[in-house]
Design a protein around this ligand. Structure first.
Ligand code: RB5
Length: 150
């Protein structure tokens, strides 16, 4: 399951990400916003992260996420700031495929943040696909992510 959300600055890219998820046959739920009308990104970040945490239940930081979140705003920064304020969320703002792969392998990130005004559509779709298809490596990385909120 994938929970996806955006503000007005990320609306167009979110539409493309959802189209790509459809092509990949991956299930998702759209938590809004549903137009390019100006809105406040924390509302949508909190909605998506709430779903990721609800699906996680009693999972520990080393468990593969039951659900992933994808958040898109103009820069990706407001979304990532908001998401990383929420205990249990490890949100990664990614601008290239290397970051997408590494943050799953090393940080067990459960939320991907994208910046529509920063990252081209083709790269953004590759980032999303890689993020969703890369497993956490555990080991020394588990020790480190356990210290984030420890
Ligand atoms: C909206 O103009 C913009 O501020 C927002 O999408 C995001 O980039 C905030 O971090």
């Amino acid at each position: 399951m994938i929970a996806i959300g955006c503000d007005h600055g990320g609306y167009a890219l979110k539409q493309e990400v959802m189209r790509h998820l459809d092509e990949l046959g991956l299930a998702y739920k759209d938590f809004g916003t549903y137009s390019e009308e100006s809105c406040d990104y924390p509302v949508y970040a909190k909605g998506v992260c709430g779903k990721v945490l609800a699906d996680a239940g009693n999972a520990t930081p080393g468990d593969e996420p039951a659900s992933f979140g994808i958040l898109v705003c103009g820069t990706g920064i407001g979304m990532s700031m908001t998401a990383n304020h929420i205990p249990g969320i490890r949100a990664a703002l990614c601008g290239c495929e290397f970051q997408a792969r590494a943050t799953r392998q090393h940080n067990n990130a459960n939320v991907l943040c994208l910046g529509e005004r920063v990252t081209g559509q083709g790269v953004a779709l590759d980032i999303a696909e890689l993020f969703l298809n890369t497993a956490f490596e555990g080991g020394r990385h588990l020790r480190r992510i356990n210290q984030i909120e420890g």
